[in-house]
Ligand binder design. Structure first.
Ligand code: AMP
Length: 370
């Protein structure tokens, strides 16, 4: 049996895992997932992962495990997990209290049960690490910047996958002016030029930027004081409001799910408004990143909404003809790989993202390098 790699991807309420055979292009052997994990029940999910591992014949050949780690601070590359890295991650727990504590628990649990597997951390922030300082710096007092309170950006494994796919599909386009739109329950966009990250909508935390399923995205920072002073709201409740009760869920009052919103928008004005604000903000971000890049050559849609919701892509792109974006309605409806018209100056693509294989490729490369 050839050596294989376990990939684990711990979300705030889900845990996804897969086993790949290591190699130049890792081959998927099996995968699984635990959904709807209660915020206090993450230990149960790691038990489920261990049960699952016990049932997989390919688990016997695992030699390394690649962890998606949401925050890597200044790290630009995947890294073997050491005591020092774990210490660093524990220190920055508060950067992302929804993800980091679960991810640390998972790393520690697997280390304890399978000490012979080489653990590797693959950071969701790494893709953006070389952003120009104008995009990276938050206009805060300098002492906070010095402490690392800057824009990091997220969804980096997904963006890495899109870049690898683009290099394969159209190397010239991969080198051009790109806007990558990762539109899922969490949503962000990134501007890339000559293969280099130029800017992204998420910031120090993944709460920033676009309107999302349950996150508000960018809002007036003065709201914190307003809610604390007038409603006696605590910081915890404010955070819960803007990360779990806002966005599409907040505006519609019923659901964060785009499929459900599309199904009921005709008879539910709040559902219609939620979708309108989502598409409006996405269009606004695309326009601002077009300004950052001095124009666009390629626009890529990915993740649950980006890959599967032609109607949302149509609404976002409506009115962007001035940038050279023209969709072909038939291609768009079919979720085709290229959804722009032949005459469109901008090539608009749909690419199905795959964060797990990016992790497996990184770990494979580390294994080859020894
Ligand atoms: P993700 O977080 O990438 O799994 O994306 C989840 C989002 O994708 C949810 O809002 C879903 O409603 C949306 N989505 C998934 N499939 C479809 C579809 N066929 N049509 C519209 N939205 C979809």
């Amino acid at each position: 049996m050839r050596p294989s790699i376990l990939t684990v991807n711990a979300g705030s309420s889900s845990l996804r895992f897969a086993i790949y055979e290591a190699g130049e292009e890792p081959r998927l052997c099996s995968s699984g997932k635990v959904d709807r994990i209660d915020p206090n029940g993450f230990a149960g999910a790691t038990d489920a992962l261990q049960d699952w591992l016990g049932r997989q014949p390919s688990a016997r050949s695992i030699v390394a495990v690649g962890h998606r780690v949401v925050h890597g601070m200044k790290r630009s590359e995947p890294e073997r997990v050491t005591a020092r890295l774990l210490k660093d991650l524990r220190r920055i727990r508060a950067y992302d209290p929804d993800h980091l504590p679960n991810e640390i628990t998972l790393i520690e649990t697997l280390l304890r049960h399978y000490p012979e597997w080489m653990p590797v951390a693959c950071f969701d922030t790494a893709f953006h690490h070389a952003m120009p300082s104008a995009a990276r710096l938050l206009p805060l007092p300098r002492r906070y910047i010095d402490k690392g309170i800057v824009r990091y950006g997220f969804h980096g494994l997904s963006y890495s996958y899109l870049m690898e796919e683009l290099r394969r599909l159209d190397p010239r386009a991969a080198n051009g002016r790109l806007i990558l739109a990762h539109l899922g329950n969490g949503a962000s966009i990134a501007a890339v030029h000559r293969g280099k990250p130029m800017d992204t909508s998420m910031s120090f935390t993944s709460a920033a930027g676009l309107v999302m399923g349950t996150r508000a995205g960018d809002i007036d920072p003065g709201l914190l004081r307003f809610f604390m002073r007038t409603g006696g709201m605590s910081v915890e409740r404010f955070d819960e409001m803007i990360t779990r009760k806002s966005g599409l869920l907040g505006l519609s009052g019923t659901t964060a799910d785009v499929r459900d919103l599309l199904a009921k928008e005709n008879h539910d004005p709040h559902a219609a408004e939620a979708l309108e604000v989502f598409c409006y903000q996405a269009r606004k971000w695309i326009g601002s990143f077009a300004a950052v890049l001095g124009g666009i050559d390629t626009l890529v849609f990915t993740a649950g909404i980006g890959e599967n919701a032609p109607e949302i892509r149509r609404r976002i792109c409506q009115g962007l003809g001035f940038l050279g974006i023209e969709l072909d309605q038939r291609r768009n409806t079919r979720n085709a790989a290229v959804i722009s018209r032949n005459e469109s100056r901008v090539t608009v693509r749909v690419i199905r993202t795959n964060e797990e294989i990016v992790i497996a490729r990184y770990v494979s490369r580390m294994l080859r390098k020894g």
